[in-house]
Design a protein around this ligand. Structure first.
Ligand code: SF4
Ligand code: SF4
Length: 467
């Protein structure tokens, strides 16, 4: 498909919609109820599920296998230190001189844009970008909370369902949006990095107590439960990317994730269990893959996680524990299927780094991709080059234009989501609607400073999202 091609509702789509029958009725019902829904009010209900699983939209189906095909035999544990373009990996792909050139270009642009008051690059935007301070990430956690032993009581015990429920309650209270759990087996263990971003080996061990030294982190085999959770990002700032104001969207979510991890580690310690976290941003394991396996979302053309509730507007975090928890299954919400026909992110990407292929493929595009799953692999080198050379910050245009990224204000949004899982042949129509309503357009950063937004610029009510 040609870049910048405009989607229009063609006659074939229209006739198909007209003949939708039951599917159309279902979509129309959702549309009507979404349009008629009252403004959100806060009222605490009780969990209807023993493991505290939230009620999800009706079009989210629980499935045995994820919508991303996986060949576990092909998959190896990944070396995060040298693999991705985030750290020293970039120099491995393009050389030190090119990295230096990009660093200089970013610094020059930053200064010029600030001096010229370029929208989104002004001093106040830069000040916002450098304002987020975290509590720090550690593999073993702060280890300050009193243990049950120190209190003179037995450690907490309960069923795996009760354990999942209290972890979900705690995580939501700490600021997470959604949470899911899996139990590591010989396959999913491959999603834990072989080498962490700081170069330490990640070694599974029979020793029941986790530890680390200068060269390695030791992960007890008994810490086989993975807690996976998301933190929402503000779509209002993200649609101001690529600017420092847009870029701080992700850094704020990472800092919030940092605090949540530390709290979760201390909560587990207080219960008498271990919580092994990310030692730095994106450490421990492959976040989107864990998100998929825990049923929080599906992979997408972005080669990132898209959740039914918040689209791609989340960051995903993970932690290992020896507290047995009730586990979750992958989902099919029609998201991967929708991506096959949408391609909006690939068209919007200024560096043409995203795939235009109709179908996902096993063929990776470079060492930054981990083989063993069928995906829309991206070119991380051209993406990162754009970040440094042009944007001067991270980018995120592809996230903000995605039809799943929009707030639920508009009925068309529910319509798009519902149709994605119930009537895949309507996807190009839904994509046209998203375009026609002007969603996915970037906005002025200056205008953001006039907006009266809720905490963190997000709506934290996941079931009624009208704000
Ligand atoms: S972050 Fe920007 S440059 Fe990178 S893939 Fe997305 S749109 Fe393209
Ligand atoms: S913009 Fe379209 S193709 Fe890209 S991730 Fe979103 S739904 Fe998929």
């Amino acid at each position: 498909m040609a870049k910048n091609q405009t989607f229009t509702l063609n006659r074939r789509d229209f006739l198909r919609i007209a003949g939708l029958g039951a599917g159309a009725t279902a979509v129309a019902t959702v549309t009507k109820s979404a349009a008629a829904a009252p403004a959100a009010t806060f009222a605490a209900g009780k969990f209807s599920d023993p493991a505290g699983r939230p009620q999800r939209p009706w079009w989210v189906k629980s499935v045995d296998e994820p919508t991303t095909e996986i060949d576990w035999n092909m998959m190896q544990r990944y070396n995060e230190r040298t693999g991705t373009v985030r750290g020293p990996g970039m120099a491995g792909y393009v050389g030190d001189d090119e990295v230096d050139r990009l660093t200089e270009a970013a610094a020059k642009n930053e200064l010029e844009r600030m001096l010229n008051n370029v929208d989104g690059y002004t001093l106040k935007d830069q000040a916002m970008y450098s304002s987020h301070v975290g509590v720090g990430r550690t593999f073993l956690g702060p280890q300050k909370a009193k243990t049950p032993e120190e209190r003179g009581v037995p450690k907490w015990s309960g069923s795996p369902e009760e354990a999942a429920k209290i972890l979900r309650s705690a995580l939501r209270h700490f600021g997470a949006a959604t949470a899911g759990f899996i139990e590591l087996d010989d396959n999913t263990r491959k999603l834990i990095y072989g080498v962490d971003p700081d170069g330490k080996d990640m070694i599974f061990t029979d020793d029941p107590i986790a530890s680390e030294d200068d060269n390695a982190r030791y992960l007890p085999n008994s810490c086989k439960y993975v807690v996976v959770y998301t933190v929402q990002m503000s779509s209002e700032t993200m649609r101001r990317c690529p600017t420092p104001l847009g870029a701080q969207t992700t850094s704020l979510a990472y800092k919030r994730g940092e605090a949540i991890q530390a709290s979760l580690q201390e909560f587990l310690r207080g219960l008498g269990y271990q919580g092994l976290g990310e030692s730095s941003t994106n450490a421990l394991g492959i976040a989107p893959a864990f998100g998929v396996m825990a049923g929080l979302g599906e992979m997408s053309r972005l080669n990132r996680l898209i959740t039914p509730e918040f689209g791609p507007m989340v960051r995903v975090f993970k932690l290992l524990t020896d507290l047995p928890v009730a586990t979750d299954k992958p989902i099919d919400a029609g998201i991967m299927e929708f991506c096959k026909r949408c391609k909006k992110c690939a068209e919007a990407c200024p560096s043409e780094s995203l795939s235009f292929d109709d179908e996902p493929t096993w063929e990776t595009r470079g060492g930054w991709n981990n083989p063993g799953h069928k995906a829309y692999f991206e070119n991380s080198v051209t993406c990162y080059t754009y970040w440094r050379e042009q944007a001067g910050t991270n980018c995120g245009i592809c996230f903000s234009v995605c039809p799943f990224a929009k707030k639920d204000k508009a009925w068309v949004h529910d319509w798009v989501k519902a149709g994605a899982s119930t009537a895949p042949f309507m996807d190009s129509f839904f994509r046209s609607m998203d375009d026609a309503f002007g969603y996915g357009t970037q906005a002025s950063a200056e205008e953001w400073w006039d907006l009266d937004l809720p905490e963190y610029g997000i709506d934290s009510n996941q079931s009624v999202r009208e704000a």
